[in-house]
Write a protein that binds this ligand. Sequence first.
Ligand SMILES: Cc1ncc(COP(=O)(O)O)c(C=O)c1O
Length: 441
Amino acid sequence: MNIQEKDKRYCWHPMTQHKTERTPPVITSAKGAVLVDSDGNEILDMISSWWTSIHGHSNDELNQALIEQVEQVEHVMFAGFSHPPAIHLSEMLAQNLPGDLNRVFYSDNGSSAIEISLKIAYQYWRNKGEDKRTKFLAFDGAYHGDTVGAMSLGKGCGFFKLFEGLTFDITTLPYADTWQGDATIEEREAKALAEIEEIINKTKHEVAALIVEPLVQGAGGLRMSRPEFMKQVTEMAQKNDILVIYDEVAVGFGRTGELFACQKIDVTPDLICLSKGLSAGYLPMAVTVATDRIYDVFLSDDVEKGFLHSHTFSANPLACAVALKSLKMFIDNDVLQDVKNIEQKHLAFIDVIKGMPNVHKARVMGPILAFNLTEERNGYKNTMSEELRRWFFDNGLNIRPIGSVVYLMPPYCITDEQLQRAYDGIVEGLNFISGRQDLAA
Ligand SMILES: Cc1ncc(COP(=O)(O)O)c(C=O)c1O
C-alpha cells in the first residue's frame, strides 16, 4: 500500500463523509503559506489550516523556541507543579488583555476552553449562593465547538440537530450581521437590541452567562458584526449582572485587525476563551482567562469551592513556549501592520468581485474576507460550494467554503504575490461555477 492507500485504510478524518470524499493529499512539508504534498504539489493554505497557523508554517523563530524548550522539559503535570513557559505566557497574556483578565486556566482545544468557561460561570454563581442562575444565552448562528456543552451553546448554527437530545436548553439571541455596503444595519441592530433587552429583562435572575463570538461568527458562516453592536450587548448584559464570555477561539490574535476583538470593541468581558492562533498552529492548546473578580470567588477554605477541573495536558510546556514566542512576535515584528496590509488588499479585491454573479454580502474584517454564494444563509451541504472547493483544490488552493460561504483567512506572512494568486483563483473559480450553471440552465 502506498501512503495514500494507507490513509484510506486506517484514518478517520474530521468533518468527512468518507464514502464520497476523495482521498486527501498527504502533506509532507510546509513553509510559510505553502503546503507540499507527497507528490511534490504545492497548495496555498488560504485558511491557515483551520485558522491556526497565524505566522505561517514552520516559522524559523517558532521552530527555535520549540527546540529550546524540548531540551529543557517537554511536559510536567500542571496540578501541583508549574514551569517558566506557563508562568511567562500567563503574565504576557494578562498584560495584553484588557482590564483585570488576569487568571489563566489552561486546556488543549477550543471546545474545552468553552466548557471550562461554562463551568466557571456556573460555579461562580453556586459559590456566591445564587443557585437559580443556571441558564445561558447565546447568539443565533453561533458555533462554540463540538463537545456537548459547546454544542448546546451552538444550537443556533444548525449543525447539531442530530444531537439535540444530548444537549441542554439555552436561550438564543438575534444577531445583526453586516457586510460592505449594507444600508440596513442600523435598523436591524436596533431591532435585535430591543429583542435582546426584552429577553434579558425577562430572564436575568436565572442567567449565569451570555456567550459571544465577538465581531465574527466563525463556523456559523463568517458573519460579521459592528463593534457598536457588540459593545451595547456586552454592556447591557454586564449591567444586568450577567457574566459575559467572549469566545475568541477563532478571532483572537489578530483576526479582527486588533490583537483581541474585545480591544476593538473596547470592553472587558468576564471570561475570554482563546485557542487556534494562541499556539500558532504548532501544538494543541487553549486558555480560559477570568477576571480577578471571578477568580476571587473560588478562594475558600473549602476545597470544593475551588475549580476542580483538569486536563492531562494542561499548560504543556512546549505549547506554552511556542505561544509565548508567537505573542512576542506580534510586538517585536509589528505583525498587526501585516494584518492591516492584508485588510487593505482584501477591501480592494471586494471591489473587483462585488458585481459578479454568485457574490453576495461581501465583507472584510482584518485579514478575513468572506462572501456568500447565495442570497440567504443555508446549511453545511451546498453543491455549488462543494464544486468550488474541489476546483480550488485542483488549482492548488486550500480554500474550503463553509456551506455557501467562501472565505479567506491567510497566515499573516502571506506575500502579495500569493494573495494575488488566491484572488485570481477565486475569480476563475467563480467563472467556472457560473459556466456550469449556464450549462445546466
Ligand atoms: C469560535 C469557536 N469556538 C470554539 C471552537 C472549537 O475549537 P476546537 O475545534 O479547537 O475544539 C471553534 C472551532 O472552530 C470556534 O471557531
